[in-house]
Write a protein that binds this ligand. Structure first.
Ligand SMILES: Nc1nc2c(ncn2[C@@H]2O[C@H](COP(=O)(O)OP(=O)(O)OP(=O)(O)O)[C@@H](O)[C@H]2O)c(=O)[nH]1
Ligand SMILES: [Mg+2]
Length: 302
């Protein structure tokens, strides 16, 4: 009997969840950056095995939400807990476990699914330093297994996948065996542009930037895919940072994004980027809807 089901990747921002998802599915379907709060929605990625299928659900990092955007992000992550067959809680093993990790572990209290602890970034630390982390984690939650991995090098990842698959329910896979992701092409394009903005900016900008695709013109797709995007920032003063002196920065963002889009879509890409100010979009429910950030589900009274 094959095994098949859903596994969520949950954890604090920057733990390496999206890097791990990309590593497992073998394609870049989630953007990655060294800034926290990179992932803003759930991202589904499928992986097939000779004896089954796991559909992974990458989630936004759990943090204290200060804007409506962040409320939606954290809710999207927490909601997966009730829906998946196995939870993979991802810790960054290169940082000391802190209150944030304790908080995230606390969310697992009423979760019925088995939880596998993933100690990521072991390429950055000495093996001996994992022991205290494992001991601490065990005090927080009775993990079904604890697996050290490096999403960056791939070390330990196959073992992790085997441990997750072994805990999936028996049954036929729900998705076809070439299933990759639920991310629409437009979203993937917008996200790649946002990743380049994140890579090249600092401080508040990564948090206050959003990217929308205004037009995705496939009429000449064989030869040239034309993508028109708007990069939103929150204040007038942020605009020149994204544009750069003489347009240097926006050019660099555009070139890097275009190269990646061309490789991903396997065709020529024309990329048009403009920058617009949209004050306080992070608290504007309508803009969040337009950007495709899923709404939090209404909660029942306890
Ligand atoms: N050295 C090392 N770096 C890693 C590893 N995994 C992820 N990183 C880096 O850690 C940073 C965060 O990675 P992400 O995959 O974006 O982290 P995330 O958990 O998805 O973060 P959010 O989306 O913000 O919640 C990036 O700079 C990655 O390159 C790893 O195994 N080793
Ligand atoms: Mg992420």
């Amino acid at each position: 009997m094959p095994r098949a089901g859903f596994a969520s990747l949950l954890g604090r921002p920057n733990a390496g969840k999206s890097t791990l998802l990309n590593r497992i599915v073998g394609e870049k379907i989630a953007i990655v950056s060294d800034k926290p709060q990179t992932t803003r929605t759930r991202i589904v990625g499928g992986r097939n095995y000779p004896d089954g299928q796991i559909v992974f659900v990458d989630t936004p990092g759990i943090h204290r939400p200060l804007h409506r955007l962040n409320v939606r992000m954290v809710d999207a992550a927490v909601e997966t807990l009730r829906e998946v067959d196995v939870v993979a809680l991802v810790f960054d093993a290169s940082t000391r476990p802190g209150r944030g990790d304790e908080y995230v572990s606390g969310l697992l209290k009423n979760v019925r699914s088995p939880v596998v602890l993933v100690l990521n970034k072991i390429d950055l630390v000495a093996k001996a330093s994992l022991l205290p982390l494992l001991e601490q984690a065990q005090r927080w939650h009775p993990f079904a297994a604890m697996i050290p991995v490096s999403a960056a090098t791939g070390d330990g990842v196959e073992r992790l996948e085997a441990e997750l698959l072994a805990r999936m329910p028996e049954g036929a896979p729900a998705y076809p065996d070439d299933y990759l992701t639920d991310q629409p092409e437009r979203t993937l394009a917008a996200e790649i542009v946002r990743e380049k903005v994140l890579n090249h900016t600092r401080a508040e900008l990564p948090f206050s930037t959003a990217v929308s695709v205004d037009q995705f013109d496939e009429s000449e797709r064989e030869r040239l895919l034309k993508i028109y995007c708007t990069i939103f920032v929150e204040t007038e003063s942020q605009k020149p940072i994204v544009i750069g002196r003489g347009g240097e920065m926006i050019k660099r963002i555009g070139t890097e994004a275009r190269h990646e889009l061309e490789a991903f879509f396997a065709t020529g890409v024309y990329l048009d980027l403009r920058v617009k100010v949209n004050p306080d979009w992070r608290n504007d429910e309508r803009t969040l809807d337009d950007l495709g950030v899923p709404k939090s589900r209404p909660r029942k009274r306890r």
